[in-house]
Design a protein around this ligand. Structure first.
Ligand SMILES: [Fe+2]
Length: 345
């Protein structure tokens, strides 16, 4: 079961074009395409005639023709034409989904369309802010989306999973952690003062010890914004002077495909040299390599969780953020379910 009344990321903008793109989101098949005017459209990816996926069909102007028996649907989901007959059967209409394109990502509303307008999109403006250089990627990961949230919200794993990039022993041994947990968010602040730079930071040019920060913010249903960076030790970063070193945003939006698979949109944004695409690319590659390691862990963890389903696990101190995020999700799921039952009478 997924939270429905939220904006999720459905695609990178450059994935949506004049060839229909089929994608399963929250267990629902969706087809996306772009009109001749460039507007991104999302329809139910299922022909109302015999249930064939419409992304297997083709665009005729701004209408989508089913690749099986040729039924033609417009951008509003209306069936315009059934080949070989003059009548369109009642009930042939298919569902449409509200879409908004923002910061190079395409956002979709899978819930009650009447509520879409008053719900803000989670802020990821760093993706196209001129003060930042950014690059995004989409990964397909075979795990429960909540395992990715656990991973992002508990950075003690960096020491053990990412020793070649952003991890070091000090990351777990010297961390000063503060958890600010509210009804609808979790902010986890980690400071690592006067530590040897891990490999990624050595490659970024640090020669001596650094003061390093990791400030994570979770917003439901599936968004994690990590502000991380470092400056030479003693230069005032904990008090707020974080210029002159490395600062980066790691932006994460996970859209479940099913209970055990997900589309993982993530980006890096750096403000050390915003106009320098090679600086963005090299930071992106560092984090990409890091996420390849997480990918292996997450899919392995899902297989093991399936294999050992029902067996207990224990919690440790660094789970405070992940546990809080899951509580928020569970509470909001219960609220959505209650509202759905009330509406159904
Ligand atoms: Fe990781």
């Amino acid at each position: 079961m997924f939270l429905k009344n939220h904006w999720y990321v459905a695609a990178l903008s450059n994935e949506v074009g004049r060839v229909p793109l089929g994608r399963v989101l929250l267990d629902e098949p969706v087809v996306m395409f772009r009109t001749g005017n460039g507007e991104a459209i999302a329809l139910e990816d299922r022909c109302s005639h015999r249930g064939y996926p419409l992304h297997k069909g083709r665009l005729i102007g701004d209408s989508l023709q089913c690749g099986y028996h040729g039924l033609l649907f417009d951008c509003s989901g209306s069936c315009l034409k059934v080949p070989g007959q003059t009548q369109v059967p009642p009930g042939a209409r298919i569902r449409t989904y509200p879409l908004i394109e923002r910061w190079g990502w395409v956002w979709i509303w899978m819930g009650d369309a009447a509520r879409a307008n008053d719900t803000p999109i989670t802020d990821f403006h760093w993706l196209d802010d001129p003060g930042w250089g950014a690059k995004s990627e989409l990964l397909y990961i075979k795990c429960d989306y909540r395992l990715i949230l656990d991973n992002l919200l508990d950075l003690s794993h960096l020491t053990f999973v990412h020793p070649g990039t952003i991890g070091s022993a000090a990351n777990v041994e010297k961390a000063r952690v503060q958890n600010d947990l509210t009804e609808k968010s979790a902010v986890i602040t980690r400071w690592l003062i006067d530590i040897e730079p891990p490999p990624t930071y050595t490659r970024a040019g640090f020669k001596g010890n650094i003061d390093r920060w990791q400030i994570l913010r979770f917003d439901p249903p599936t968004f994690v914004n990590l502000y991380a960076g470092a400056v030479d030790t003693g230069t005032g970063a904990p008090q707020g002077n974080r210029r002159g070193g490395v600062g980066l945003r790691n932006l994460n939006a996970i859209t479940p495909e099913s209970a055990t698979t997900c589309h993982y949109f993530w980006a890096i944004a750096q403000d050390r040299a915003p106009g320098d695409s090679s600086a963005t690319e090299s930071m992106f590659q560092e984090i990409h390599q890091t996420f390849m390691e997480d990918w292996e862990v997450l899919e392995t963890q899902q297989r093991w969780n399936d294999l050992t389903a029902g067996r207990p696990t224990v919690n440790i101190h660094s789970d405070a953020g992940p546990i809080h995020a899951r509580r928020i999700i569970d509470r909001m799921l219960a609220e959505e379910e209650l509202a759905r039952r009330r509406q159904a009478g």
